[in-house]
Ligand binder design. Structure first.
Ligand code: NDP
Ligand code: 8X3
Length: 252
């Protein structure tokens, strides 16, 4: 019987790369996201390429009723989730705190913090009841540092950092691994989303250096997931070589 990985936000970027790499490792995968056509296409591709079972769940992590309905109605055998990648998330805007949009703050808090909690709240009891499981929380270098225009995004990722620590403490007696993943700049749809389709700002973000790819981050997650039973990476900061911290890049 294949192991099962649930990856939230698998329609793009890091989540999509994780779905591909867990499928390659013969995991059956549950992929989630709001864009149904992308989920359907990924489901088809992974099934035909790797011969694994793929379940696509189309919901918004900000809506707890949708989260509960979709996860609680999983067939019993699909509830034996071995790996949860809490990846769905975003930054909205990069404006000073005194001039930012309330709707941006709410979207980040609702998705990156509350959405992650809604999903974890359902899946963790299943893992704890089986005394096995590995949770990856997509934090960020923004969960370790604070930069101009990033106050609320940094705040939500600092919250993820704290949630990872808390999860690890509370689930300790149930043998659950929790790995907090903190990447620097990864070229995905992240900046197009953050800057609301502004291609110039997106391109400027990655100009003059080689950013990480979703696959680079997924490779690190797979590395952590494949370690022996008694070994856990608690916290992993992964940066482009040309990025020293959240604000310092060597651009050529
Ligand atoms: P992408 O924009 O490429 O992917 C984000 C994913 O999250 C999409 O699949 C999207 O799916 C999903 N998502 C967003 N909002 C919701 C929602 N409300 N409900 C369900 N799914 C949602 O970005 P990345 O792959 O780069 O980002 C993945 C994670 O990594 C995020 O948590 C991000 O904060 C974090 N991160 C990213 C970094 C970067 O530089 N790119 C660096 C550090 C951390 P859909 O739109 O279909 O719902
Ligand atoms: C994304 C990385 O530095 O843009 O989490 O906040 S950063």
């Amino acid at each position: 019987m294949n192991k099962i990985a649930l990856i939230t936000g698998a329609t793009s970027g890091i989540g999509k790369a994780c779905a591909e790499k867990f499928a390659e490792k013969h995991y059956n995968v549950i992929i989630t996201g709001r864009r149904k056509e992308r989920l359907d296409e990924l489901q088809k591709n992974l099934t035909s390429k790797y011969g694994v079972e793929v379940l696509a769940l189309n919901f918004d992590v900000r809506d707890n009723a949708q989260v509960e309905q979709n996860l609680n109605s999983l067939p019993t055998e699909w509830k034996n989730i071995d790996v949860l990648v809490n990846n769905a998330g975003l930054a909205a805007g990069k404006d000073p705190i005194q001039g930012a949009l309330l709707s941006d703050w709410e979207q980040m808090i609702d998705t990156d913090v509350k959405g992650l909690l809604y999903v974890s709240r359902i899946v963790l009891p299943w893992m704890c009841s089986r005394n096995t499981g590995h949770v990856f929380n997509l934090c960020s270098i923004a969960g370790k540092e604070v930069y101009a225009g990033g106050s609320v995004y940094c705040a939500v990722k600092h919250a993820v950092d704290a949630i990872s620590k808390g999860m690890r403490i509370d689930c300790l007696q149930h043998n659950i691994k929790v790995t907090n993943i903190c990447p620097g700049a990864v070229e995905t749809e992240f900046s197009m989303v953050r800057f609301k389709g502004d291609k110039e700002k997106n391109d400027a973000t990655y100009k003059g250096f080689k950013p990480l790819t979703g696959e680079d981050v997924a490779d690190s997650i797979i590395y952590c997931a494949m370690l022996p039973e008694h070994v856990n990476i608690n916290d992993l900061v992964i940066m482009p070589t040309a990025q020293a911290n959240s604000g310092l890049f060597f651009r050529q």
